[in-house]
Write a protein that binds this ligand. Structure first.
Ligand code: SF4
Ligand code: SF4
Length: 205
């Protein structure tokens, strides 16, 4: 299967780095990409596949071939909305969104988003909104994104009518069980630090 990912954001990766990414993805996603036999049932159901430069099976194929930089440099990595359709269709029960999440975490930690840095900015702001309020605070997300992406007035023509009609809130609304959400973020941070320590240890060996 020919894989033609976005070459501009797709620098060659050293072999040791490739192994590091593949080990990270396997460990943190809990998925074994070797099980995928490229039947493409996942792609047939994916609502975003027509917009992706790498289809879901091609993303997995890049990992099978030991070329994670193809997946990391793809638009597809940042277009997946985690809808789980591919998971329900896969005869091998491969959880592709978990693989996507692991690749995004790695890209975030290693500033590997390249041409997709604006999407990464959106991704970070989205997670921060969930951490602080337990839900999406659209106006804060939009303001933060416009500021950091230097598109100050982007989408303001949509935001103002939505505010007026009460479709989005001017101030953040916190959920009641915010402690539970914060607990998830704290556990994720603990895992991230443990991962950092383990990677530093592997680098010394
Ligand atoms: S449905 Fe599963 S086995 Fe088939 S290509 Fe997709 S990930 Fe691979
Ligand atoms: S989770 Fe991502 S890859 Fe899977 S079907 Fe949904 S958008 Fe497509």
């Amino acid at each position: 299967m020919a894989i033609t990912a976005n070459s501009a954001s797709n620098p060659t990766m050293a072999p040791s780095r490739r192994l590091e990414v593949l080990a990270f993805v396997t460990r943190t996603s809990g998925q074994d990409v070797r099980l995928c036999y490229q039947c493409a049932k996942c792609a047939a159901g994916c609502p975003l596949v027509s917009a992706m430069d790498l289809s879901p099976p091609q993303l997995i194929r890049a990992l099978q071939l030991g070329q994670p930089e193809l997946a990391l440099g793809s638009d597809a990595l940042w277009l997946c909305v985690g809808c789980q359709t591919c998971v329900t269709r896969c005869p091998c029960a491969i959880d592709l969104p978990r693989i996507v999440d692991s690749l995004r975490v790695w890209a975030d930690a290693h500033e590997h988003a390249g041409a997709h840095s604006d999407i990464l900015t959106f991704h970070r702001l989205f997670l921060k909104s969930i951490e602080l309020t337990g839900r999406m605070y659209e106006i804060g997300l939009m303001g933060g994104y416009n500021l950091l992406s230097r598109r100050l007035f982007s989408n303001t023509d949509l935001a103002l009518p939505m505010l007026r009609r009460g479709k989005v809130k001017a101030v953040p609304q916190r959920i009641q069980a915010l402690d539970e959400i914060r607990g998830i973020f704290q556990r994720a941070e603990t895992l991230r630090r443990a991962e950092e320590v383990s990677l530093r240890g592997a680098g010394r060996r």
